[in-house]
Ligand binder design. Structure first.
Ligand SMILES: [Fe+2]
Length: 456
């Protein structure tokens, strides 16, 4: 650890160091691995190399036990910390390991051998393989890595179209990962608005939870729900993971492997989520929306907002999906009254803007545009740009080029800004600078967003 050079990065008010590795290293060659019959009955093996489908959470899955790590002693002492460093790049099945990682060689070799026994060489060409080694002192009662039930490789709204799923091998020398081999129902969760991890947390059943063994390698996939365990005693913990993923992991802070020549633009991504927790509406609340009693809904919204903002968002979400245009307009009007607009609110406006009912979608789009500049003022730049990129990725035709340009004004040279410019390249420039939306009666409406409040 002492002779490794570290590069310090600071973003989002958070400092971290990325080790700069030397150019010496070794190549690894996969060797045959005996895969037991049991593996082939596994849901993970059945779904390996398939395209992401959120409905797959319905199938309970156990992590696959690959075997005991041959490097146990190395896990108990400080060697190095690296995050998601590629050891294999898509398009090739060559593995290259910088010298600094050699203490973990036998564990890594075991994982590679297993991987090349469950997927063919051709299939494996699609994947990058990323190595993470997290080492730190962990005190009793503390979690080393992120808390809460989750999966590695969740494909949210930003990933469109969906890609082949991630699968990862993990091993730690203590406080091993806790898994939830139970079905999860995410069908009611809207990935544009709701935080699916919070929903998994809510559905996870502690009576069915299973903690795996320490010093043992397990294989899990992008639907295997798990969480980090709380340490029962103070110890030095090492967590090792190799993730197979078709996407480039280009987050700033990830280690660069000098044995490969690749020039990914590393993007500072915020860990902060702008998604909200899913809350089911009560029957009387659903009835209120269906009955479309505007006065009653207005009164209820005012009260709910004071009492419970998460429930208020969920009520607004269902209201915005209403087929009754008066309900949609009322909800929009309420949302636009917010003094401190946040991205959570933009997400709801995006739901309205993409509503099936064209009239509702029209008002949703206007509200979205009216809100954008105000939210931009109040949000962290990266969080805002990530959101703009997310909606343009999903609906490249939603914003005119002029509006999209205004949104990234001053950020054209950031990685997200460049990506957005690429996506809107073929959009027509809208000379008015506002929306021109063709209504169902054929008329062209170009309401200026500032006039929107009076229209609602
Ligand atoms: Fe995880």
């Amino acid at each position: 650890m002492r002779d490794t050079v570290h590069k310090e990065h600071t973003y989002a008010g958070y400092s971290f160091s990325v080790p700069t590795l030397g150019s010496a290293g070794i190549a690894l060659t996969p060797a045959p691995y005996t895969v037991t019959q049991l593996h082939f009955q596994s849901q993970i093996i059945a779904d390996l190399h398939s395209v992401w489908d959120i409905r797959q959470f319905r199938h309970a899955r156990h992590p696959i036990k690959v075997g005991e790590t041959p490097d146990q002693h190395v896990f108990n002492r400080p060697v190095i910390r690296i995050l998601d460093m590629p050891i294999k790049l898509a398009g090739s099945n060559d593995y290259r390991l910088p010298r600094e990682l050699i203490p973990f060689l036998r564990t890594i070799q075991m994982i590679i051998d297993h991987e090349h026994s469950v997927l063919t060489g051709d299939q494996l060409l699609a994947y990058n393989a990323y190595l993470t080694i997290d080492q730190s002192d962990v005190k009793a009662g503390v979690i080393q890595r992120k808390p809460g039930a989750h999966v590695d490789g969740f494909q949210g709204a930003r990933i469109y179209p969906k890609t082949i799923i991630n699968h990862s091998y993990i091993v730690s020398n203590g406080a091993p990962t806790i898994f939830y081999p139970q079905p999860f129902d995410c069908s009611h969760v809207d990935e544009r608005v709701h935080d699916c991890f919070l929903e998994m947390d809510a559905q996870s059943d502690e009576s069915r939870a299973m903690q795996v063994e320490p010093n043992t390698v397990y294989l899990m996939d992008a639907y295997t729900v798990h969480r980090a365990a709380i340490a029962t005693h103070h110890f030095f913990r090492t967590f090792l993971r190799i993730s197979y993923d078709v996407k480039p992991f280009d987050r700033l802070g990830n280690a660069i492997n000098p044995l490969f020549s690749y020039a990914w633009e590393m993007v500072p991504r915020e860990a902060q989520s702008t998604l909200i927790q899913y809350k089911a509406l009560e029957n009387n609340e659903k009835e209120l929306i269906i009955a479309a009693d505007i006065e009653a809904i207005e009164y209820y919204l005012t009260e709910l907002k004071k009492l419970d903002s998460v429930h208020y968002y969920n009520f607004c979400y269902i209201g915005l999906l209403s087929e009754n245009i008066d309900v949609v307009k009322l909800i929009l009007k309420n949302l636009l009254m917010d003094e401190n607009p946040a991205i959570q609110l933009l997400r709801l406006l995006f739901v309205a803007a993409t509503q099936k009912n064209t009239q509702a979608a029209h008002f949703g789009k206007l509200a979205l545009i009216d809100y954008f500049p105000r939210v931009k003022q109040h949000s962290k730049r990266n969080v805002f740009l990530d959101f703009v990129l997310e909606i343009i990725t999903q609906k490249p035709l939603l914003l005119s080029r002029e509006i999209a340009r205004t949104l990234i004004d001053g950020d054209e040279h950031t990685p997200q800004g460049r990506e957005i410019l690429k996506l809107i390249k073929f959009r027509p420039v809208n000379s008015s600078g506002f929306w021109k939306t063709q209504r169902t009666d054929g008329a062209i409406d170009d309401v200026k967003p500032r006039q929107l409040m009076s229209k609602l």
